[in-house]
Design a binder for this molecule. Structure first.
Ligand code: UDP
Ligand code: MG
Length: 338
């Protein structure tokens, strides 16, 4: 009896598609219809089985309704909705973990990454048997000066941390093979930073160069605070080097202290030791500052160790249209207006 039920369940599961396209989506009501309009003909013309996994990262605008409507005309579009906004990287994680495809391409919802490059990525991976194909930005002219500068600094630092394996200016537009996806899924990280973890895997990789286009509609969902958070997460995820700063500052202070001790002794012997307010004050401020910086750095790591120990999931999925046995409580189920 029991066995028969299992077989029936398995029979209901459709075969895995060749390609999964993962799109993190947060409040993209303006951009999403345009993205789908451009993406769908490209995928249809490939003549392969595919699914498009749209991760609705807790959008508060009309995005859920728009997605639901789009799905009615495009059954390959799968909707995964988070219970609340959990961030771009969390949405990527959910997409990569839930995708069924033999190859998984992640792409932004705002058409900054051209979907026309997806066939190129796929054929490169299939022809050369590659596990990873990075979308590398050839030109960032459409980004603001500030974004280019901060991104330049970020990638410079990341290449120092991860090594030259990391292509410069490879964002989250990339293709992963099933082997790479399984490797990423096996990592214990709760808040992975994929643009670092993927190169770190060291799997065979290729590159497809593209020009970053302008956001097709709407405004950026990455304010400075989220950019800073990503940068801090990236550094602490991959390096304990900042902690060593304390050691170096300590050693430097000790050397200066040694020189000053000799100087002070000489001054004492010469009988000129009364003035000294300025030097004392500066030394006190300097050491106070150094200590606070070091404690702050320790705090960054301790905080991350703490949240890793808590092991809270980075996101909660409220709904997945691919879930046959949907067990969402009615109160958390998305309210679609068809
Ligand atoms: N995004 C998301 N959750 C967030 C912020 C952004 O899923 O909390 C998605 C967003 O919808 C887009 C992608 O992540 O598809 C990149 O965001 P955005 O284009 O705003 O960033 P930018 O290109 O300006 O760096
Ligand atoms: Mg964008």
């Amino acid at each position: 009896m029991h066995n028969a039920a299992v077989t029936a369940d398995q029979a209901a599961v459709p075969p895995a598609p060749l390609l999964s396209v993962v799109i993190p989506i947060y409040n993209e009501q303006e951009a999403l219809p345009l993205t789908v309009q451009r993406l769908r003909p490209i995928l249809d013309s490939l003549d392969i089985t595919y699914e498009v996994v749209g991760i609705d990262d807790g959008s508060t605008d009309a995005t859920p309704q728009i997605m639901h409507k789009l799905r009615q005309e495009w059954p390959e579009l799968r909707i995964v909705r988070f219970a609340r906004n959990s961030g771009h990287q969390a949405a990527l994680t959910a997409g990569i973990h839930r995708a069924f495809g033999q190859y998984v391409v992640s792409i932004d919802a705002d058409l900054q990454d051209p979907p026309e490059k997806i066939p190129e990525m796929l054929s490169l991976a299939r022809e050369q048997g590659l596990d990873i194909v990075y979308g590398v930005r050839g030109d960032r002219n459409t980004d603001t000066f500030f974004k280019r500068r901060t991104a330049g600094g970020y990638y410079w630092l990341m290449r120092k941390l991860v090594g030259k394996k990391m292509p410069a200016h490879a964002g989250d537009f990339r293709l992963l093979s099933r082997a790479a996806v399984d490797a990423l899924k096996s990592l214990p990280e709760h808040q992975p930073v994929y643009r670092l973890l993927v190169p770190w895997l060291g799997f065979s990789s290729g590159e497809v160069v593209y020009d970053r286009e302008e956001r097709v509609a709407g405004s950026t969902k990455y304010p400075l605070s989220k950019m800073l958070r990503l940068a801090l997460d990236s550094i602490t995820n991959f390096s304990a080097a900042p902690l060593r700063l304390a050691t170096w500052l300590g050693a430097g202070s000790f050397l200066i202290c040694f020189v000053l001790a000799v100087y002070t002794t000489v001054q004492y012997v010469a009988g000129a030791t009364v003035p000294g307010w300025a030097s004392l004050f500066i030394a006190m401020l300097f050491l106070g500052g150094v200590q606070l910086i070091c404690i702050g750095l320790l705090g960054e790591y301790v905080g991350r160790i703490y949240s890793a120990a808590q092991a809270r999931p980075a996101y909660f999925v409220g709904y997945d249209s691919a879930d046959e046995r949907n067990t969402v409580a009615p109160s958390t189920a998305p309210q679609y207006v068809a």
